[in-house]
Design a protein around this ligand. Sequence first.
Ligand code: NAD
Length: 256
Amino acid sequence: MELTGASAIVTGGASGIGAASARRLAARGAKVVIADLKAEDGEALAKEIGGVFVTVDVTDTAQIEAAVNKAVELGPLKAVVNSAGIGWAQRTVGRDGEFASAHNLDLYKKVIAINLIGTFDSVRLAATAMGRNEPNEDGERGAIVNLASVAAFDGQIGQAAYSSSKGGVVGMTLPVARDLSAIGVRVNCIAPGLINTPIYGEGPDSEAFKAKLGESVLFPKRLGVPDELASMVEELITNSYMNAEVIRVDGGIRMP
Ligand code: NAD
C-alpha cells in the first residue's frame, strides 16, 4: 500500500517503538500525527519528520478523535500504529502478598484502560475514518498495526494486568481484522520481546533488566532496538497481503 500523500497516526509515537515507526512511515511519504502524552519529545520528533504532534491520552475518546481529525486534514488516513502503552515498571500485581489489595484492582483497571481499551478505541475511530477513503487497486482503504507483547502468551511474575491487556490486544485484533476486511482495512498485531526503550522504568542497569537480558537466546545476548520493530510495522502497513497476523519480534526469546 502506497503512503505518499496519505496521513498516518502513531499513538505513543513520542518514544521507543512508536517513534521509530513514525520515522519509518514518514520516510514512506506519510504525514504522521504523533499522538502521545509527551509534548516535548513529540513536538521535537514531529519537527524532525515533518509531522504534527497532538496531545492524546488514549483513555480519552475526544482526544483520539481530535488526532483522527487532524490526520484527515493532512491527507486520507491510511495507516495507524497503536503503540501507546504502559507496562513493566508497574509490576506490583501479585508481589509481596498484596495480591488482594485495592491498589492491585486500580492498577489492573488502569493498565487495561490504556493498553487494551485505548487500543480498541483508536482502532474503532481510525477504521471509521479509513472507511471514507477511496479504495486503491487492491481494494484497500487503510491498515492498522497494534502493539501487543510476548507477555500475551506467557505467565511472568507480577504481570497479570499487563499480560491480560496484551492478550486482549491479540484477541481483539483477529475478529476486528475480519470485521474490517469488509471495508478494505487490514489489521495486524506485533508481539515484541524485550526492546530497549524507556518503558523499562527501572532502566538497563537494574537487576531486573539484566535478568531479562539473561533470557536472550541470541549470541551475543542482546535486547532488540526500536527500529527492528518499526521495520515490521512498516512491512505490515505496506504489504497488502498481510492481514490478521500476530507476529513475534523477540529474538526468539519466547520460542514455543
Ligand atoms: P515507550 O515507553 O518508549 O513508549 C510508549 C509511549 O506511550 C510513551 O511515549 C508514552 O508517553 C505513551 N503513552 C503511555 N500512556 C499513554 C496514554 N494513556 N496515552 C497516550 N500515550 C501514552 O515504550 P515502548 O517500549 O516503545 O512500547 C511501545 C508499545 O510496545 C507498548 O504498547 C508496549 O507495551 C509494547 N511492548 C514493548 C516492549 C518492550 O520491550 N519495549 C515489549 C513488548 C511490548
